[in-house]
Design a protein around this ligand. Structure first.
Ligand code: FEO
Length: 394
């Protein structure tokens, strides 16, 4: 990919990864991703903001060489994760005068992950500025906008925020800027669900600071640049708010059809009560789609058969992941069938220790759901409606 000029003296010099299908060996990337790095030329100094995944390090170097960049004074590292920092060793070798500009915690990570030498660092503190001559970089520490060392960099004169993971989304697009707000919204929300949702409370605080900065653009490290920053800022305000929607997400697995019948009955009962329902058969579900549904939902009902003495392993995986993602859901329950016993519902409820939910009475049945079971599911639907009314989302 060739470099592109954003405004005079500021260039996108990153890499597009059309073929990548998994991030962190976990997150599906149906549209690939990009690793955005930016070159900022000041009248006296030149800074590179972040690098790229090591698999693409030659593309970054090639972009810089084609631009005739003979000297880099500063490499700003906003985040130590290797998709942004992994090409640092090569960049530092190519540009022997370049200093790595980052915060103390990020330096610790970079030394641990990349074995960089101590004498290549220039440590900055929160709100510190760095002059490039006629341009000024201002650093804002934003811990837990993925990792604890993350920061964002604000280019004052041009009013551009280099936000690294924050406000990004996974897509390998040849568009330099966001061109379709609707498609950006869905991708960015999915990315928020997968990467940022566990840190909702921290991000809420950082958003308040970002909103005080005059902004013409937000240039993240994944996906196209936001030329209308208010759009993504408003979206983040909504996703990180405490407001939930009148929705029920039902991740489920069924082995011989009993749990599936229960899910179908509960789904219909909830729809009849005016509640939006999103069932996910975990055999074949894209985990990213499930995460996306968890952003707003008020209630999660986990549906599982009993395998030997506990929940189905696919359900255990999804529950473990949902617990890590810490959605703002208020209520949860468990439904499913069993053959000869076990503690399936108790096991699932115990797994939800990071999620602050009120647990509604589970519905577990031996074998096929009978009339009595279906009535229990109707009562669960009634209870969910009552709870949603209590928090005034119906
Ligand atoms: Fe894009 Fe947390 O790395």
């Amino acid at each position: 990919m060739v470099s592109r000029e954003i405004t005079k003296g500021i260039f996108w010099v990153g890499a597009l990864d059309f073929d990548r299908r998994l991030f962190d060996a976990l997150i599906p990337l149906p549209d690939g991703t990009s690793y955005n790095a930016y070159l900022v030329r000041g009248s006296e100094k030149t800074a590179l903001i972040d690098t790229v995944d090591p698999a693409k390090e030659f593309e970054l170097v090639s972009n810089l060489l084609k631009l005739g960049v003979e000297r880099i004074d500063y490499v700003v590292v906003n985040h130590a994760e290797q998709d942004h920092s992994g090409s640092l060793p090569m960049i530092l070798e190519f540009y022997p005068d370049a200093m790595v500009v980052t915060n103390e915690k990020c330096k610790e990570f970079l030394i641990a992950l990349l074995q960089l030498p101590d004498n290549r660092f220039r440590i900055i503190k929160d709100k510190e500025t760095l002059s490039l001559g006629d341009r000024t970089l201002e650093f804002h520490l934003t811990p837990w906008t993925h990792w604890p060392e993350t920061q964002v960099t604000y280019l004052k004169e041009d009013q551009i925020l280099f936000s690294c993971d924050l406000f990004g989304f996974h897509i390998a697009s040849s568009d330099l800027y966001v061109t379709d707000d609707a498609s950006c919204y869905r991708s960015a929300k999915k990315y928020y669900a997968e990467i940022m949702m566990p840190f909702r409370t921290s991000i809420k605080g950082h958003l308040e600071r970002v909103k005080t900065l005059p902004l013409k653009m937000i240039a993240p490290s994944h996906g196209p640049i936001h030329k209308h920053p208010q759009f993504i800022l408003d979206a983040y305000s909504d996703w990180t708010s405490d407001t939930v929607k009148n929705e029920v997400v039902i991740p489920y697995v069924s082995m011989h059809g009993s749990t599936e019948k229960m899910v179908a009955h509960l789904t219909n009962a909830l729809i009849a009560r005016g509640i939006t329902v999103k069932p996910f058969n975990l055999i074949g579900t894209d985990i990213g789609e499930l995460a996306l549904a968890l952003v707003d939902t008020a209630t999660v009902v986990i549906a599982t058969p009993t395998v030997l003495f506990g929940p189905h392993p696919q359900v255990v995986y999804a529950t473990y992941l949902a617990n890590l993602l810490k959605p703002k859901a208020r209520f949860a329950s468990v439904i499913g069938s069993y053959g000869w016993g076990g503690k399936t519902a108790e096991t699932i409820v115990k797994m939800l220790d990071h999620v602050k939910v009120e647990v509604l009475e589970p519905v577990m049945v031996k074998g096929q759901p009978d009339e009595a079971t279906l009535k229990q599911l109707d009562r669960l639907a009634d209870e969910i409606l009552k709870k949603h009314r209590e928090i005034m989302i119906v």
